[in-house]
Design a protein around this ligand. Sequence first.
Ligand code: IMP
Length: 184
Amino acid sequence: MRLAFITSNPGKVEEARKYFEPIGVEVYQLKVEYPEIQADTLEEVAEYGLRWLAERIDGPFFLDDSGLFIEALKGFPGVYSAYVYKTIGIDGILRLMEGVADRMAHFKSVVAYWDGEAHLFTGRVDGEITREKRGTGGFGFDPIFMPRGFDRTFAEMTTEEKNTISHRGRALKAFSEWLKENLK
Ligand code: IMP
């Protein structure tokens, strides 16, 4: 089976292949721009994109939508993570968190799969926002997110190590396990 991953990020496709190769599913990258609506949850954003694409794409495909949710900021930037990253960036988040003792945060990822109907899989990783940027690996908010149980940020980990604990890795794992069962 061939399965399209709708994304502009080849790194995400590489990551997904690790979960799907063992079950005989070939994941390939398909770059198609789709609308990302303003909504309260990642699930709504992902499902809207999925249904919009379903009217335009043949064959099975999936996409993912992720965000960073900071407890002291009532879940901000959450569904606005991509916009916030592009505008105020990591330094802006660190400024908002100046003097804030509660550093708890989580990343969440929703993987949405279309095979004639919608299937959503979620993954989450809990951790904290550091007080300064650390590390050069990864992307996005990685230099200021330290997963629980580790003393390094995502940006101080190898891609492999990050993927095994990350929100996206967990959602992809759930999706690949479900697909394995449902391909039988
Ligand atoms: P997307 O839905 O994967 O495009 O993610 C939305 C935004 O959340 C991105 O622009 C990043 O800023 C942030 N983000 C998502 N996943 C990660 C991650 O694994 N590490 C760091 N930042 C992330």
